[in-house]
Design a protein around this ligand. Structure first.
Ligand code: HEC
Ligand code: HEC
Ligand code: HEC
Ligand code: HEC
Ligand code: HEC
Length: 250
C-alpha cells in the first residue's frame, strides 16, 4: 500500500530509529484523505467546517504522529514524548486497563505504540500537541484553540461542535482513560508457542497472514487497526467478521 515509501529501509518499530513522517516520500500515502489527515479535514467536510478554531494546521499530516524529517535522530522521550513518536506521554496513572479472572497476562501500562493512539483518543490531550513542530511551520500561525477528542461541551473539546447537532457526534471515538470495557492491550499474545489452546498460534513472529499484527509478541491497538490502510471500515486490519477468529478459537 505504501507505494511512495516502499523504497526506504524497512525499519522495525522498536530498538531502531523512529519512523520519520516524510511528506515527500509519503505524498501518495493512503492515510491522506482518511480521518487521520488533519490538514485535509476542512476540505473533506466540503465546507470550511473548522475555520481556524480546532487545532494548528502544521501543513502536512505525518507530523501529528511521526517526528518530522528534520528531527531525525531526536529522542522524543527526552522532551516528555512517547519513545519513537512525535506525541507527548499521556498521564498513564489514570488508565484503568482490562482486568478479569481469566486473563493470563494483566498489564499495567500500555506500550508506546498504543500510547500513540491514546494520546489523542483518550481525550486528555490536544490533537495538535506534538513534541516537534515541523521547521516549515510558522509559529505566528499557531492557533488559539487546541482542542481534544473529547465529547465535553467546552472550548477545549471537539465536542463543543461535535455533539450530533452542529457536527457529527465524536463521543464514540473517545476511548477515554477507562479501558476496562475495551479489548485488552499490551499483553503477550496468548497463542504464542501454543501456550493457550483457546488461541491460534501466529503464522509468523509478527502476526498473521491476513495482516493482523503483533508487536514484540504483544497485542496493541495497531494489532487490529492500521491507520495507514483505510480499505476496511474503521481501519480494521481484517474485516470485522473474521478479525476476532484470527486469534480466538472460541
Ligand atoms: C495517526 C497517526 C499516523 C499518521 C498521521 C501517520 N502515520 Fe505513519 N505510521 C503510524 C503507525 C501507527 C505506524 C506503524 C504501522 C504498523 O506497525 O504497521 C506507521 C508506520 C509508518 C511507516 C513504516 C511503514 C509501515 O507501514 O510500517 C512509514 C514509512 C510511515 N508510517 C510514514 C508516514 C507518512 C509519510 C505519513 C504522512 C503522509 C504518516 N506516516 C502519517 C501512524 C501514523
Ligand atoms: C493526532 C491524533 C490522533 C492519533 C495519534 C490517532 N488518532 Fe485515530 N482519530 C483521530 C481523529 C481526529 C479521528 C476522527 C474523529 C471523528 O471522526 O470525529 C480518528 C478516528 C479514528 C478511528 C475511526 C475511523 C472512522 O472511520 O470513523 C479509528 C478506528 C482510529 N482513529 C484509530 C486510531 C488508532 C488505532 C491509532 C493509533 C495507531 C490512532 N487512531 C491514532 C485522531 C487521532
Ligand atoms: C466550530 C465547530 C467545530 C469544531 C470546534 C470542530 N469541528 Fe470538526 N467539523 C465541524 C463541522 C461543521 C464538520 C462537517 C460536518 C460533519 O462532518 O459532521 C466537521 C467535520 C469534521 C470531521 C469530518 C471530516 C471528514 O470528512 O471526515 C472530522 C474528522 C472532524 N471534524 C474532527 C474534528 C476534531 C478532531 C475536532 C477537535 C480537534 C473538531 N473537529 C472540532 C465543526 C467543528
Ligand atoms: C482486538 C482488536 C482491537 C483492538 C486491540 C483495538 N480495537 Fe479499536 N476497534 C476494534 C473493532 C472490531 C472496532 C469496531 C467495533 C466496535 O466499536 O467495537 C473498533 C473500534 C474502534 C474505534 C471507533 C469507534 C467507532 O465506532 O467509530 C476507535 C476510535 C478505536 N477502535 C480505537 C482503538 C484504540 C485507540 C485502541 C487501543 C487502545 C484499539 N482501538 C484497540 C478492534 C480493536
Ligand atoms: C491479535 C489477536 C486477537 C484478536 C484479533 C482478538 N483478540 Fe480478543 N484477546 C486476545 C488475547 C491475547 C486476549 C487475552 C487472553 C489472555 O491473556 O488470557 C484476548 C482477550 C479477549 C477478551 C477477554 C477474555 C478474558 O479472558 O477476560 C475478550 C472478551 C475478547 N478478547 C474479545 C475479542 C473480540 C470480540 C475480538 C474481535 C473484535 C477479539 N477479541 C480479537 C487476542 C485477540
Amino acid at each position: 500500500m505504501l507505494v511512495a515509501v516502499a523504497s526506504i529501509a524497512w525499519l522495525p518499530l522498536v530498538g531502531a530509529q523512529p519512523i520519520i513522517g516524510d511528506p515527500v516520500l509519503g505524498a501518495n500515502d493512503p492515510i491522506l484523505g482518511s480521518k487521520h489527515d488533519f490538514t485535509g479535514l476542512n476540505a473533506r467536510a466540503g465546507v470550511v467546517a473548522m475555520p481556524g478554531v480546532a487545532f494548528s494546521d502544521y501543513g502536512y499530516s505525518c507530523v501529528y504522529c511521526h517526528i518530522p524529517p528534520e528531527e531525525a535522530g531526536a529522542q522524543p522521550e527526552e522532551f516528555g514524548g512517547i519513545r519513537d513518536w512525535n506525541r507527548f506521554m499521556p498521564a498513564t496513572d489514570n488508565y484503568e486497563l482490562y482486568r478479569s479472572q481469566s486473563l493470563d497476562n494483566q498489564t499495567k501500562t500500555p506500550n508506546g505504540i498504543s500510547l500513540l493512539c491514546l494520546s489523542c483518543h483518550d481525550g486528555t490531550m490536544a490533537v495538535d500537541m506534538v513534541v516537534f513542530k515541523p521547521a516549515t511551520f510558522d509559529p505566528t500561525m499557531d492557533n488559539a484553540m487546541h482542542m481534544r477528542i473529547n465529547a465535553s461541551d467546552d472550548i477545549e473539546s471537539c465536542g463543543k461542535c461535535h455533539n450530533g447537532q452542529v457536527a457529527h457526534d465524536i463521543a464514540v471515538k473517545v476511548i477515554g482513560t477507562d479501558l476496562k470495557n475495551d479489548h485488552p492491550i499490551s499483553m503477550d499474545y496468548a497463542g504464542l508457542n501454543f501456550k493457550d489452546p483457546d488461541f491460534h498460534p501466529p503464522d509468523h513472529p509478527n502476526g498473521f497472514d491476513n495482516g493482523v499484527k503483533l508487536y514484540e509478541g504483544k497485542v496493541e491497538c495497531a494489532t487490529c487497526h492500521n491507520v495507514h490502510n483505510p480499505s476496511n471500515e474503521l481501519f480494521l486490519r481484517a474485516k470485522a467478521e473474521v478479525l476476532c477468529f484470527t486469534c480466538h478459537i472460541k
